[in-house]
Structures are given as structure tokens and as C-alpha cells.
Design a protein around this ligand. Structure first.
Ligand code: ZN
Length: 460
């Protein structure tokens, strides 16, 4: 059984919308209240509040704030869990101190238990979503590839639209071929495979950027929001000028236009990624690529270029910091525009569904771009050398740089597959070791079950 997430668009009626907004407001208040509780308890009394304490204080809280009684108890706990997780992120140094969230930007809430709170009246395509605590039955549209038993449901409000994101337990079916393929991802050619096929990058952002820039220009003449600035009003003394100011309606209107354009780019990219991944997985049962560290690849440019040595490519590197920065930003953008990370993860999970083997070659020890796919010898290359010409006189293999790299990965994977044919596909879902404290809801349920078992055995 695997877990899959399906997002449906909700079409609430006016009365239903009112109820949804009301529930969202209450959840946002609870979130902020929980953050404030932790903050003041620590600052004033030196007491650090954990998730269990907040969960235990929910029933007395509901006695005072009666409007919360109507809401699903599990969903309130899930909101407290959101607070807990964001504090955990902060304690691990992964994020900043949790902020209070404005109701305007609060995304929604979750029903963590499939047995209560919500009911999905659907067989995977369209249908109705029933929220038992709000007493609404909302029409929804969307289609699941494979439908199963619903486990959780998250209600999301994003840019004026309501969505229900439902996770289901299911057994997805997917077919795969018998061939093997090596892949190389890049920004000059998005995907190069070991058969010599090359797919050029889709350049969704690059194509839309002109339009986005055009619309963004309109922002300049509109009043933007100012948080700490000093807005000068002519004819008024400086003291009486406002420190804060809200964005004008026109500014918001343009901003909406921009986010719509950007969203379209993201959707186009996602669509492209899934199409490519399906095509690759459907005909290949062995897929090999190299390991990529995208975070390092798309890092910001270093501030100063160190004095270049006299020979080689470094001399050509620009000395000026700003130009270098611009170039690196452009390169990052073109790497991210392809969506390599998304593409890879799509291939990984689709391969898993289909039962295909996916292998990643260690880039540093294998050096797929430098190595010759025929004689396995290393030929040094610059980023500008688009052709692989083997330095070995007897081999003299000529191939496109990316295709050669893909072939090296495939050859490596074939060797791996022979040596460890059974251990490779036995990857069990492991609990993230970084998550401390009480973890997510699944881990919580596990702890609860263990406690119950211990209690039962002690009674007997
Ligand atoms: Zn060679």
C-alpha cells in the first residue's frame, strides 16, 4: 500500500463559503494562540510548552471559546501539530522563530483521521466532499489516477480558490518496459539519454518573463504596501505622516495578475515534468542517472572572484563581482526552469510504482562527464566543451557530451545491478532521523499504540 495525494478543486456555494472562511479564521486564531502560549510561557516563566501539554489544554480551552466546540477535535489537534512542527524546525536551526500568521494568508486546516471529520463521496473522479463538523457537502472536481481509502484531508485556500487535498492508501498500477536507459540532466539539453536522444529545455519561464516584466512595470505607478517606511505627504509635518500604509486596490490587482502568470508557468512545468517521466518509465525497467546536488548547483554566486591562475578556463572568468553574480543568477534560473529536481522525483516515484529499478551514480567518484563510455578513461573537459573526444589514441570515441555522460551512468548501473541485484530495490520507508520530539501524526499514533500495549500487558 502506498500513499498518494490527490487535490480536488472545491466549488462551495455562498453559504458554504461563509462557513469555510469562518472555520479558517478559527484555525488561524488557534494557531496564533498556540504560538503566543509557547512564547509567553517561555519568556515569563521559563517553561517550555510541548505539543502534549497544548493538546491536553484543548478541552478546557473549548469551554471558554465555545465556537471551537463545533469543530472537529482532530483538526484542532492537527493545527496544534502545525505549531509544534514549525517550532521543531526552529529548534533544529532549519527555520526562523514561528511567526503569527495573518488570517488573510492562512492556508487552511487538516482532518488527520479518515474515519471522522470528512467523507469523500467519490470514486476518484469528481463528486462531493462532506465536512461533518461544518455540516456542508461541497461539490468537487478533479480526478485521481488510482483511488483508494482516504486517510487525511487538508482544506486549502489559495489565491481565491478552495481545494481539498486528500491522501489515499492505494495500490497504483503502472506498466514498464524491458529496456534500460541512462539519463543526463542539464540546462543546455534538458534530458539527454544513452540512446542519443536529446530533449531541449522547455523554457517556460523564459518565454513568459517578457510578459511578467511588462505587467510588473505597472506596479511602479501604484501605491505599494509600506510597513516601516515614512510616507511623505505634502503639506503635512513629518510627525503626522503615516508610518504604515496599505497597498492600493490597483496595486493588489496588478499583483494578482503577476501571480497568475507565475502560477501558469509552474503548472506548465509540472505538466511537462510528468509527461517526460511517464515516457521514460513506461518503456524502461532500468533507469540510471548521476547524483546531483541541486542546492549546491543553484547556490548564489560568491561575492569576490579570487585572483585567477594564469592558465586554463579561470582566466576567462570575469573579475567583476556584479557581472559574475548576474551570470550565476541567470544560470540558476535556467537550471530551475527545467525543474530537474521535480523531474527526478517524479521519475523516482513512478519507477517505484511500476517496479522499475532506479539507480543514481556517485558523481564525485564516477565523474560521468569526464569519463569515456567506451574505454572508461578520463578526459578533462570544460563546461564549454559540448563534445566528448576521447584522449585515448586507440579509442578515439566521439560523442555528444551529455549523451556520453548518460551512457557512462547506464554502464555503471548495469555493473551495480549485477553485483547487488537484490539489495537495491529493498528500500523500506525509514523515519527521518532529523525529526525529534514527537514527530508527525503517524509517529504519534505509533507511540500511542505502544503505550496502550504496555498498559494492557501490565494489567494482565
Ligand atoms: Zn575512449
Amino acid at each position: 500500500m502506498l500513499t498518494r495525494r490527490i487535490t480536488f478543486r472545491l466549488y462551495p456555494s455562498l453559504a458554504q463559503k461563509k462557513k469555510l472562511f469562518e472555520a479558517r479564521r478559527l484555525h488561524a486564531y488557534l494557531y496564533n494562540g498556540a504560538v503566543a502560549n509557547r512564547k509567553t510561557q517561555y519568556q515569563k516563566f521559563g517553561h517550555s510548552v510541548d505539543y502534549f501539554e497544548q493538546q491536553a489544554s484543548l478541552p478546557p480551552f473549548k469551554e471558554v471559546w465555545l465556537e471551537y466546540k463545533a469543530l472537529n477535535a482532530g483538526s484542532l489537534q492537527a493545527t496544534l501539530k502545525r505549531v509544534d512542527l514549525s517550532f521543531n524546525r526552529f529548534f533544529q536551526g532549519l527555520g526562523g522563530y514561528p511567526k503569527f500568521r495573518s488570517i488573510k494568508n492562512y492556508s487552511g486546516w487538516t482532518y488527520p483521521d479518515g474515519r471522522q471529520g470528512f467523507k469523500a463521496h467519490t470514486s476518484g473522479k469528481n463528486g462531493y466532499l462532506e465536512l461533518t463538523d461544518l455540516k456542508v457537502k461541497i461539490q468537487m472536481r478533479g480526478q485521481a489516477r488510482t483511488w483508494g481509502k482516504p486517510t487525511t484531508c487538508t482544506i486549502v485556500y489559495r489565491s481565491g480558490k478552495w481545494y481539498a487535498s486528500i491522501t489515499v492508501k492505494c495500490i497504483p498500477e503502472r506498466s514498464t518496459g524491458t529496456e534500460a536507459i541512462g539519463l543526463d540532466f542539464g540546462c543546455k539539453t534538458a534530458i539527454a539519454d544513452s540512446n542519443g536522444n536529446k530533449i531541449s529545455p522547455p523554457k517556460f519561464l523564459a518565454n513568459a518573463s517578457e510578459k511578467i516584466n511588462q505587467v510588473s512595470k505597472q506596479l511602479r505607478r501604484k501605491r505599494k504596501p509600506e510597513k516601516n517606511g515614512h510616507i511623505k505627504l505634502t503639506g503635512f509635518p513629518r510627525q503626522s505622516c503615516p508610518r504604515k500604509c496599505k497597498a492600493s486596490r490597483r496595486w493588489k490587482k496588478v499583483q494578482k495578475k503577476i501571480s497568475k502568470l507565475k502560477k501558469k508557468v509552474a503548472q506548465q512545468r509540472q505538466n511537462w515534468v510528468h509527461h517526460q517521466a511517464v515516457e521514460i518509465v513506461s518503456s524502461n525497467s532500468l533507469i540510471a542517472t548521476e547524483k546531483l546536488n541541486l542546492k549546491n548547483m543553484t547556490r548564489k554566486a560568491k561575492k569576490r572572484c579570487d585572483p585567477a591562475p594564469s592558465n586554463g578556463a579561470r582566466e576567462r572568468a570575469p573579475r567583476q563581482g556584479s557581472k559574475r553574480k548576474r551570470q550565476k543568477t541567470g544560470l540558476n534560473r535556467s537550471i530551475l526552469d527545467v525543474g530537474i529536481g521535480m523531474l527526478k522525483s517524479a521519475i523516482v516515484y513512478k519507477a517505484k510504482e511500476a517496479g522499475a529499478i532506479y539507480l543514481e551514480a556517485p558523481t564525485h567518484s564516477l565523474k560521468p562527464t569526464q569519463r569515456c563510455a567506451v574505454c572508461w578513461k578520463i578526459t578533462k573537459k570544460d563546461l564549454s566543451d559540448r563534445l566528448h573526444i576521447c584522449s585515448n589514441q586507440e579509442c578515439n570515441h566521439r560523442e555528444d557530451r551529455d549523451v556520453n555522460s548518460a551512457q557512462v551512468c547506464l554502464a555503471w548501473a548495469r555493473g551495480q545491478e549485477l553485483s547487488t541485484s537484490k539489495t537495491a530495490d529493498e528500500s523500506s520507508p525509514t523515519v527521518n532521523p532529523k525529526v525529534k520530539h514527537c514527530g508527525g501524526f503517524q509517529q504519534l499514533a505509533q507511540v500511542k499504540r505502544q503505550k496502550l500495549m504496555a498498559q494492557r500487558s501490565s494489567h494482565e
